[in-house]
Design a protein around this ligand. Sequence first.
Ligand code: IMP
Length: 197
Amino acid sequence: MERLFLATGNKEKIKEVKAILPSGKFILETCLERPDMPEVQEDGATLLENSIKKSISAASYFKMTAIADDTGLEVEALNGSPGVYSARWAGENCTYMDNNLKLLRELKGVPWSKRKARFISVITIASPYGKIESFEGIVDGYITEKILGDEGFGYDPLFFVPEFGLTYAQMPASMKNRISHRAKALKALSKYLEELK
Ligand code: IMP
């Protein structure tokens, strides 16, 4: 079985990636087991730049194939913000709730038709020899006017997916993991890995 390093210590992300990637095909190691991974400044101008930077850094440090996900929420009425700044949007040590409350404040009074948003995940796979490939997953939705649901993490309680009539946080994990931005990017990665064989 192939060893794959997932360059994150974010427990929610790790849980989702483990649930989405085909089971029994990879032994996934993460920053939870290997906290010695050198810190990577996520200072790229794009999600793609950050995911490339994180995956290359992990692959060269651990000398194994590594994947890194960088995700952002783009809100149309905020000209694409928070985008690449989604993690620390409300300030340096902010919580998920701080970010959600900021988003609700910024969109106060904005009508439903103008609350369009999309989640984008970019996943890059890097070999220790410097070969890289990147995959993108996008889901379109709307930002709700209040917190709805308590599953998931991050902006999940405010991200409403019209096809399902639910926010990500109202979906069981198995459903989010079937249809999410991260699921789409990981499915494209899995297809690529299958085709390599
Ligand atoms: P990261 O830089 O890829 O870790 O993600 C940036 C931020 O986007 C995170 O801190 C979360 O607030 C948010 N985020 C990432 N993935 C998701 C998701 O699947 N649902 C909701 N929020 C997410």
